[in-house]
Ligand binder design. Structure first.
Ligand code: BGC
Length: 414
C-alpha cells in the first residue's frame, strides 16, 4: 500500500472512449462493421451507455469521486460525417464536455482518434490511403481550433500498436478468419475494394498500417501544435509488462522491438507518452510461459498482477525518456472484489517507480463505465461503475470507492 502522497497536481482520472460509451455512432467504420454479415463483433454497440445524452452525468460522476481529470475521445465520424463537411453542432457537443470538465475541476484529456474513424475514411482504405495523414490532420486542426485552448492534454492516436501486439497472443484461428471475412463483407456492402478499420486488421497489412498511423500522428500533432503551441501532445501505446523467465531474453526482446519499437522511438519527439497496461506476460527462450494452474486470471485469460503497471511504466520511460501519463490501466472481471484488491497495490507500485525518478503526470483508470468492449461486445467488464443495459442507470461499484479514497488522499495510505 502506498505510504506517501503523490506530487501536488498529479492527475487522477478515469477514461472512456466515444464509440464505447456514446451509442449510435452511426457514421463510423466500426458501426458499419458491426452490422455486416459475417462480423467479428459479438454485439452491435447500439445505444452503448447512452453517454452521448448522459455525458453530463458521467462527468459529474467522475467529479464526485474526487478526480481531477477525465479522459474521453472525440468521435471523428460525428465531427466530420462526410469528407470535408464539419458539423458545428457536434463540435459544440464536445466543446460542452470540455467546458463542463473545467467547471468541475477536471482536466480534459482528449483522444482525437480512439480506433474509430468515419465510414468515408474506411472506404478510402483507412490508414492505408496515402492521403490519410493529411485528412486526419485537417480534422485535428478543426478540433484544436474549436477548444484546444481549454484541454489539458491531447492524445492523437490510441494504441496504434494493438493489432501488432495481438499477433503475440493466442487468439483462436477462427478469430483471424472472421476478421478477414468481416473486412470482405465490408468491401461488398460498401462497394469498395479495400474497406479498412484500425482495430480489425489483416496481419499482412499491419506494417503498412503502422506507417500510415505514424505519419498520421506526426501530421495530427503538427496541426494541433500550429493552433495550440503549448498544448502537450502525445500518443498512447498498449504496453504489457514483458518479463523474462530464466536467462534467455531473446523472445521477450524480439517482442519488444516488434510491438513497441517504432512507437517508443516516435514518442521521444513528443511532450509525453500514454501508457496503457493490463497485464504482465513472462517469456522464456521458447515463448510465452503460461500461468500455473490455479493462478487467478482476468476475464481475458492472463494472470491478475497489480505489479505489471510499474514494470510497463519503467520500461517505457527507459526507452522513450519523456514524461508518462498512464492513459489506461484496469482489470477485466465480473467480480469487482478482485478490482478492489487490484487498484491499491498497482498505484503503490506506480508511486515506487516515480520514487526511482520516472516522471509520471497522471493515472487514468480504465474504465469509468462498463462499456462496449469492441469485438467482445458487452460481455466484458472493466468499469468501476456498472451500467444497467436497459435503463442505463449508473451504479458505482465498491472499486469506485476504493479508487476515490486513494485519490482523495492523493495516493497516501487512506
Ligand atoms: C483500449 C480500450 C479497451 C481496453 C480494454 C485498450 O485496448 O484502448 O478501448 O476497451 O484496452 O480492452
Amino acid at each position: 500500500m502506498t505510504v506517501h502522497p503523490f506530487p501536488d497536481g498529479f492527475l487522477w482520472g478515469a477514461a472512456t472512449a466515444g464509440h464505447q460509451v456514446e451509442g449510435n455512432n452511426t457514421n463510423s467504420d466500426t458501426w458499419f462493421a458491426e452490422h455486416v454479415e459475417p462480423t467479428v463483433f459479438m454485439d452491435v454497440s447500439g445505444d452503448a451507455c447512452d453517454s452521448y445524452n448522459r455525458w453530463e452525468e458521467d462527468v459529474d460522476l467522475a467529479a464526485s469521486l474526487g478526480l481531477n481529470a477525465y479522459r474521453f475521445s472525440v468521435e471523428w465520424a460525428r465531427v466530420e460525417p462526410e469528407e470535408g463537411l464539419f458539423d458545428d453542432d457536434e463540435l459544440g457537443h464536445y466543446e460542452g464536455i470540455v467546458d463542463r470538465c473545467r467547471e468541475l475541476g477536471l482536466s480534459p484529456i482528449v483522444t482525437f482518434n480512439h480506433f474509430t474513424a468515419p465510414h468515408w475514411f474506411a472506404m478510402r482504405g483507412g490508414w492505408l490511403d496515402p492521403d490519410a495523414p493529411a485528412l486526419f490532420a485537417r480534422y485535428c486542426r478543426v478540433v484544436a481550433d474549436r477548444f484546444g485552448d481549454r484541454i489539458g492534454f491531447a492524445v492523437t492516436l490510441n494504441e496504434p500498436n494493438i493489432t501488432r501486439m495481438l499477433t503475440w497472443m493466442d487468439l483462436p484461428p477462427f478469430v483471424r478468419e472472421l476478421e478477414a471475412a468481416t473486412l470482405e463483407a465490408c468491401n461488398v456492402h460498401a462497394g469498395v475494394p479495400r474497406y479498412r478499420l484500425s482495430n480489425v486488421m489483416l496481419p499482412e497489412e499491419i506494417e503498412e498500417f503502422a506507417e500510415g498511423m505514424e505519419a498520421g500522428h506526426r501530421a495530427g500533432k503538427a496541426a494541433i501544435k500550429e493552433v495550440c503551441p503549448d498544448l502537450p501532445v502525445g500518443l498512447s501505446i498498449a504496453v504489457m509488462d514483458d518479463r523474462v523467465v530464466g536467462d534467455d531474453s531473446s523472445v521477450r526482446d524480439r517482442k519488444r522491438v516488434e510491438c513497441y519499437g517504432r512507437w517508443l522511438g516516435l514518442a521521444r519527439e513528443d511532450d509525453f507518452v500514454g501508457v496503457q497496461n493490463y497485464e504482465a506476460i513472462p517469456y522464456d527462450g521458447a515463448g510465452e510461459v503460461k500461468p500455473d494452474p490455479g493462478v487467478p486470471l482476468n476475464s481475458m485469460g492472463s494472470a491478475i498482477d497489480p505489479t505489471s503497471l510499474a514494470g510497463a511504466v519503467r520500461y517505457v520511460h527507459d526507452e522513450a525518456g519523456v514524461p508518462i501519463m498512464v492513459t489506461e490501466h484496469g482489470l477485466c472481471h465480473e467480480d469487482d472484489s478482485l478490482r478492489v484488491g487490484f487498484i491499491p497495490p498497482a498505484i503503490a507500485g506506480l508511486r515506487e517507480v516515480m520514487d526511482e525518478g520516472v516522471p509520471v503526470i497522471g493515472y487514468m483508470h480504465w474504465s469509468l463505465l462498463d462499456n462496449f468492449e469492441w469485438i467482445f461486445g458487452y460481455s466484458k467488464h472493466y468499469g468501476i461503475v456498472a451500467v444497467d443495459r436497459s435503463t442505463f442507470e449508473r451504479t458505482p461499484k465498491p472499486s469506485a470507492a476504493v479508487y476515490s479514497a486513494i485519490v482523495r488522499a492523493n495516493g497516501a495510505e487512506g
